[in-house]
Design a protein around this ligand. Sequence first.
Ligand code: GAF
Length: 381
Amino acid sequence: MDNKIVREKFAELFGTAGDLYFSPGRVNLIGEHTDYNGGFVLPGAIDKGMLAEIKPNGKNIIRAFAVDLNEYSEFGMNEEDAPKESWARYIFGVVREIIKRGGKVEGFDTAFSGDVPLGAGLSSSAALESTFAFALNEIFNLGIDKFELAKIGQATEHNYCGVKCGIMDQFASVFGKEGHLIRLDCRSLEYEYVPFDPKGYKVVLIDSVVKHELASSAYNKRRESCEAVVAAIKKRHPEVELLRDADMKMLDEVKNEVSAEDYRRAEYVIEEIQRLLDACDALEKGDYKTVGEKMYGTHYGMSKLYEVSCEELDYLNDVARECGVTGSRVMGGGFGGCTINLVPEDKYDNFITTAVKGFTQKFGKEPKVYPVKIGAGSRKL
Ligand code: GAF
């Protein structure tokens, strides 16, 4: 990422330099919509993210400049000071969540910029939250641990941005490690770094350029469906707290008590948690064929049961299959964004050419191609 543009803008607006902090976006190999159900995920931080220059200003206000949008916002730190710009609410939310936890944040100036494509399902918002949570923790010596930093980002989404997300994106952003995926148990937050260097394969994202809008309530509705099914199962099985605790037998017992739609949603989640565990076993053995089959399984489930895919993403998935791609699926929350593809090296060029050409002809717009590089998590530069 180019620091220069942030440096220049910061100097122009605020004078003497501050410190630079960076947090990445993420990919997720498998395990989608499992995080808020207490299941597992397998994300990795990427080499793209958000970069912010920050310096305390000795006042009780935050002065922020979004370089990519060429927008400025100035706001206080009390609950009633929420800024109107949606991007500024992420910063405000992080500050408020730190204050709620007893952290003493003072006013600061900042300019920031990012190279995570927005709305592509790569967690640009988590990257932004993590950048500020991590930076403010260091700058004001707050002593908050990394788990809590991730939770601060998640709470920002819940309480200031209207998305009842799980913990995956913020966790991956804060804890990312170069060359490794993170096998995360989203209930206990126990995690393990899994080396990821699939020899003979390339991992590539194809961006459908359909912008997803998580807060458009469809995401929150999926979560509500899962909770409704848990409530039904709990009447018979009080120990079930989350879908993670349920199995298909329990789900079938309540088939007539939940809507057909909610049943399908829960079916997907229960299967997806198992798919992830199977994929992790396969990964350990270097069995990429099985990992790939599981990825296709996820796509099917996200498309037909969870219903978070779209025509463009289904098309990209079909082309992947036709081109002999080992695994392919819609990645992240869905409703647009990217597919993640595990591609044998010798099939790569043909896949990319065929997908880009076919997609452009069919939809009249060109998809974007992002080769994946697994990078490190939140840091000071
Ligand atoms: C979005 C959310 F923010 C995550 O918490 C997760 O639920 C994901 O969608 C789907 O797996 O990125």
